[in-house]
Design a protein around this ligand. Structure first.
Ligand code: S3P
Length: 437
């Protein structure tokens, strides 16, 4: 049990109300800085997530010689170095807590003329990297890892890459993206197929930066030898951050919240469908496009939720939302069954184990299975839970506290800043009762 760093206490709340604009999308922010850095010309990124994960990615490219300015919070002006304009960083590149940062960078660095070392924090140092190393090695890359395929990684440069035809064994946008990014530097065509379609931001953004790419449901292909041209990127609010408020307002009686400008790419909004199956009252208002991405204002009102068997087809589309789905299930009437979600065990933490352990402490009957859980809803008490430094588990437990009979004390919350800086203030502004110490 770890008790380092920031802790929170979350107490029972009355109706949540108001309007909230959660910070920028993490996946899009990482990619915007990466692609703008590799482009020719100057790009402006607006709505950039000022989180620890995405700032680590920006620092990585600055360390490799890309000039960036920050005219205001959530904005970056990136003077691209071109595909072959990066130079070796003086030190190891620290990706912090970010799997997306490390895996996508591995693909990019495999195509450089120089060697690089990628390191991460305690959590990232235990996350599997074979899933990117193996296909990149088949393209001709040489990447050394620690025992078990773990970081730190040494990515050797100066090795000619060739395109591959690769069927992903697991549905992973990070792995897909790493291969496509190496494919920019490869001779010939790189083709990918996925067991289930995953978020397509890499494909969409490469196209926006002028790279010829063909993609559709569960497949993508591109060839090396083109150029990325600078373009401005507008980052919508992160659905995964909005998710905490969607569940919070659904479970607290009397709530009526408006979440503004949220990205609603269908590969991200599986939770919306799952919550609706549970009886949630969520309406999409003012659906529109923002910087090429579909966005909407989400109005969520309290509703009586009931348990469901989460359809396995939704799993990749809500892969980051299971911690908060577990809380919705604990607040619902009846049983919720999650299956086909073994990937949750290799996220920032083993999210099945961490959420099961925490919710059990709050009096919830929850049974872990290898690829999911069985959650009996209807009872939420107080107590002390450990987020083990997983940002999404910390925020999920904070939502559980809104309904708990006595306060929920949450340990190890500082990593919330990786994806959602300012969460506590924003949450308290619409009715949470959250105290930090
Ligand atoms: C992400 C892909 C997903 C997701 C992560 C962000 C991305 O990871 O969980 O938070 O930006 O590509 P996997 O590719 O490991 O499923």
């Amino acid at each position: 049990m770890s008790s380092s760093g920031e802790c929170w206490s979350s107490s029972r709340a009355t109706a949540l109300q108001g309007e909230v604009r959660v910070p920028g999308d993490k996946s899009i922010s990482h990619r915007a800085v990466m692609f703008a850095s590799l482009a020719e010309g100057t790009s402006r990124v607006s709505g950039f997530l000022e989180g620890e994960d995405t700032r680590a990615t920006a620092r990585a490219f600055a360390a490799m010689g890309v000039t960036m300015q920050q005219p205001s919070a959530s904005e970056r002006i990136v003077h691209g170095a071109g595909l072959h304009g990066l130079h070796a960083a003086a030190d190891a590149i620290d990706c912090g807590n970010a799997g997306t940062g490390m895996r996508l960078l591995t693909g990019i660095l495999a195509g450089q003329a120089f060697d690089s070392t990628l390191i991460g924090d305690e959590s990232l140092s235990h996350r599997p990297m074979r899933r990117v190393i193996d296909p990149l090695a088949r393209m001709g890359a040489q990447i050394d890892a620690q025992q078990g395929g773990l970081p730190p990684l040494r990515v050797h440069g100066g090795r000619p890459l060739r395109g591959i035809d690769y069927a992903l064994p697991v549905a992973s946008a990070q792995v897909k993206s790493a291969i496509l990014l190496a494919g920019l530097y490869a001779d010939g065509e790189t083709r990918i197929s996925e067991p289930h379609p995953t978020r397509d931001y890499t494909e969409r953004m490469l196209a926006a930066f002028g790279w010829p790419i063909a993609f559709g449901e569960g497949r993508a292909s591109l060839s090396g030898g083109h150029r990325l041209r600078a373009t401005d990127v507008v980052v919508p609010a992160d659905f995964s951050s909005a998710a905490f408020f969607l569940v919070a307002a659904s479970i607290v009686p009397g709530s009526d919240l408006l979440l503004r400008e949220v990205g609603i790419n269908p590969r991200r909004t599986g939770l919306l469908q799952a919550l609706r199956l549970m009886g949630a009252d969520i309406v999409l208002e003012r659906e529109r496009e923002l910087g090429g991405e579909a966005v909407a204002d989400l109005r969520v009102r309290h509703a009586r939720l009931h348990g469901i068997a989460v359809p396995e087809t939704l799993v990749p589309d809500m892969i980051d939302e299971f911690p908060i789905l577990f809380v919705a299930a604990a607040a619902a009437q009846g049983t919720t069954r999650v299956t086909g979600a073994a990937e949750l065990r290799v996220k920032e933490s083993d999210r099945i184990a961490v959420m099961a352990q925490g919710l059990r402490k709050l009096g919830v009957a929850i049974e872990e299975t290898p690829d999911g859980a069985l959650i009996e809803g209807g009872r939420l008490g107080g107590g002390e839970v450990d987020s083990v430094g997983d940002h999404r588990c910390a925020m999920s437990f904070a939502v559980a506290g809104l309904l708990a009979a006595t306060p929920v004390q949450i340990l190890d919350c500082e990593n919330v800043a990786t994806s959602f800086p300012g969460f506590v203030a924003l949450a308290n502004g619409c009715g949470f009762v959250l105290v930090t110490w």
